[in-house]
Write a protein that binds this ligand. Structure first.
Ligand code: PMV
Length: 345
């Protein structure tokens, strides 16, 4: 039997950075994000005696996975098995998996490819085990979180949160929808200044968050104010509030990254140039637009319809400077595309 699922990345507005338990990806604080409509990743999962992962890039060519990449899928499967044990459904995932990943996302350019990959893996696995244990979206988001914390949010369409929860149970933290895709049509015009692979991935980065002297203050700000403001901004479609709180949170996350030991510098000169030009555009032409960056130099420009054409025109000009541009908007959560069952006679 096999199951195929498709998922898109999500881009955080209140960023997830730092865990209370790194092995289980239990975050310190809640985060929020918008799920995109593109680019997509498709994953086919099949039961297998041993782990087997094949990955095809946006050009359709097979990618050579590093040992570290393959090991990450192995760890994810072990954690998913623990979760099924916790659900008294050990038989759901008896051995390992054979995974075929077809990605339309250039890896490591800051389009949160791992959020889409692990959301698609989780949805495919849910399809694979549905006759043994049908899972709710919340449970699928827990499966996704075990591969990549942010992936828990890509299970849901539109706007979603990753709830940190409390304690150390495997199901303590989960994804939750804030508003559906039709609620508010925001665009994400993405400018990737460099397609160079990032040096330190977010899995290693999370583990360093606690070494920054600004980390505790960051957690307090999210818990006491930012999260509430962000959810309110989404529910009320208050773009000004969303801009203020998400930019504040993004720059605060980068301050934590840059002051951790060792320091992590993800933003490039190009990032700072684009951010400053966007601030100018906003001020001079009153274009509603906000910027946000994850663990890389890529700039995400969120805007409502009113700002879209001007923001896109700005982005297209950056292509002449060697940047890659992606034109995305709020989209659907991870979906099961098909399941193939063995023919029984
Ligand atoms: O899900 P991870 O482990 O790839 O961490 C995501 C980290 C950020 O992209 C920087 C922030 C976020 O909330 O997506």
């Amino acid at each position: 039997m096999s199951a195929t699922a498709r998922a898109q990345p999500n881009i955080a507005l209140i960023k997830y950075w730092g865990n209370r338990n790194d092995a289980m990806r239990l975050p310190e604080a809640d985060s929020t994000a918008m799920t995109l409509d593109s680019p997509s990743v498709t994953v086919t999962a099949e039961h297998s005696e041993i782990l087997n992962v094949r990955s095809f890039g946006e050009d359709g060519k097979e990618k050579i996975l590093t040992e570290k990449d393959t090991a990450r899928f192995g760890k994810h499967i072990d954690l998913m098995k623990n979760y099924f044990l916790h659900l008294n459904a050990e038989e759901a995932l008896p051995c390992s998996l054979s995974l075929t990943i077809r990605s339309g996302i250039p890896s490591a350019v800051g389009i949160a490819s791992s959020s889409a990959v692990f959301a698609a893996v989780a949805r495919a696995v849910a399809g694979l085990v549905e006759d043994i244990i049908p899972l709710t979206d919340t449970q699928v988001s827990i499966l996704a979180r075990l591969g990549s914390g942010s992936a828990a949010r890509s299970i849901f369409s539109g706007f979603a949160a990753l709830r940190a929860g409390g304690g150390s149970r495997i199901d303590a933290s989960f994804g939750q929808q804030i508003a559906d895709v039709d609620h508010w049509l925001l665009h994400d015009v993405i400018i990737a200044p460099s397609t160079a692979e990032k040096k330190v991935g977010s899995t290693e980065g999370h583990a360093l968050a606690h070494t920054s002297p600004f980390f505790e203050a960051r957690l307090a700000a999210i818990r006491m104010r930012r999260l509430k403001e962000c959810v309110e901004a989404i529910l009320r479609k208050d773009f000004e509030l969303l801009q203020r709180v998400s930019e504040e949170d993004c720059m605060d996350m980068h301050k934590v990254m840059e002051t951790s030991t060792p320091a992590l510098h993800y933003l490039s000169e190009e990032t700072h140039r684009i951010v400053s030009e966007i601030k100018d555009l906003r001020q001079k032409e009153h274009v509603p637009v906000l910027y946000t960056m994850d663990a890389g130099p890529t700039v995400h420009l969120f805007c409502p319809d009113e700002g879209y054409l001007k923001v896109l025109a700005y982005a297209r000009k950056q292509e002449e400077k060697g940047c890659r541009v992606f034109d995305a908007r709020a989209g659907e959560g991870a979906k099961l595309v098909r399941t193939k069952k063995p023919i029984t006679v």
